[in-house]
Design a protein around this ligand. Structure first.
Ligand code: NDP
Length: 339
């Protein structure tokens, strides 16, 4: 029997999505190089996650892990641990593929890399369109969305959604689409509550999926100037004691009680179980208010190198930086990039 039992939410197209997923972005190191050494650990942890009840996996073309993720999935199906229809696999279309016809090129390449017949959910990763050379293509995301509606019609994917869209961009896409996005995947955590965006999307029956659900709480995201709460924050430690849970479990449960899906990433097996063991307790109303009060608008993911590009979704800050090469170009070969 699975060790964790993860509930589902119903999307606006009637399909179900598990309320917590396994994140597969391994991140960039201090030199802004992609961390590929973590792949074997990720493969192990993902395999363990599926064995123990995870059914929702979040990946992307950018992450370079689609072949590894697909191998784990196919092995689990072969071993009889799960059936394909038990799993919910999300991938994303990168900035280079925003022409409507390129969306299909990108999705077909993801299908090939994942070695799957269909993808459960494909997202427009960001609203900007940028070439590998860093040129702003200024393609309207409404045009790109037509490409998403096309791959849905063709049955390559079961659902389509967006990521990193702000309120204004959500209003515009909802007013001009044939098929509504089922989700908007954005950063939400104790530092960044995004109340207006969450309220608007939920009022429109668009599910919010939270990336970087721990914010700056965890050491890998813990910059010297980053705000509370950290893992040793006294209020958080107190809440952990009160509910018999860890501080990180409190942070994830808080999101669930806001009807938000969290995508914690971990390559550490013990944390795989810890992160999904949040469906057996309830944070009371006054503690939910205490947790909401941590919101200070601090973004963990602030890609300043894109802020002069059309449709950049966040407020701009005084900073100049080139786009890291690792976010522009990655090679063919082991990870079978699009030819
Ligand atoms: P997370 O908030 O999931 O933080 C990941 C870090 O937290 C890792 O260092 C991990 O360490 C650590 N960690 C995980 N669980 C625990 C725990 N229980 N206790 C202590 N530390 C813990 O951040 P991410 O930025 O990785 O976001 C999660 C996922 O969201 C990504 O993997 C990706 O799938 C998605 N994402 C999407 C984006 C988008 O633009 N759409 C942008 C960013 C992320 P370790 O692995 O060593 O255990």
């Amino acid at each position: 029997m699975s060790k964790v039992n993860i509930p589902t939410f119903k999307m606006n197209n009637g399909l179900e999505i598990p309320a917590l997923g396994y994140g597969t972005w391994m991140g960039l190191d201090d030199n802004l190089e992609f961390i590929s050494e973590a792949f074997p650990q990720m493969v192990d942890a993902l395999s363990y996650a599926i064995d123990n009840g995870y059914r929702h996996i979040d990946t992307a073309h950018l992450y370079r892990v689609e072949p590894e993720v697909g191998d784990v999935i196919n092995q689990k199906i072969k071993d009889g641990v799960v059936k394909r229809e038990d799993l919910f696999v999300t991938t994303k279309v990168w900035h280079h593929y925003h022409r409507p016809s390129d969306v299909e090129v990108s999705v077909r390449a993801s299908l090939r890399r994942l070695n799957l017949d269909y993808i459960d959910l494909v997202l427009m990763h960001w609203p900007m369109s940028i070439t590998q050379d860093g040129v702003d293509e200024k393609i309207d995301y409404l045009d790109t969305w037509r490409g998403f509606e096309n791959v849905l019609r063709q049955g390559l994917v079961k659902s389509i959604g967006v990521s990193n869209f702000n309120v204004e961009q959500m209003r515009r896409i909802l007013a001009n689409c044939q098929v509504k996005p089922v989700v908007n995947q954005v950063e939400i955590n104790l530092n960044l509550g995004q109340k207006d965006l969450v309220d608007y999307c939920q009022s429109q029956d668009v599910i919010i999926v939270a990336y970087s659900p721990f914010g700056t709480m965890v050491p890998s995201r813990n910059a010297p100037d980053s705000p509370e709460p950290k893992l040793n924050n006294p209020t958080m430690v107190g809440l952990g004691k009160k509910y018999g849970k860890t501080v990180t479990q409190i942070a994830l449960r808080y999101l669930y009680q806001r009807n938000i899906i969290a995508l914690p990433k971990t390559v550490t097996k013990s944390r795989v179980l810890e992160n999904a063991s949040i469906f057996d307790f309830t944070i009371d109303k006054s503690d939910m208010a205490t947790l909401a009060a941590f919101d200070n608008g601090y973004r963990t993911v602030r890609p300043v190198f894109w802020q002069d590009y059309e449709n950049y979704p966040f407020d701009k800050v005084a900073s100049k930086m080139d786009i890291p090469m690792s976010l522009r170009i990655w090679k063919n070969g082991a990870n079978a990039d699009i030819e």
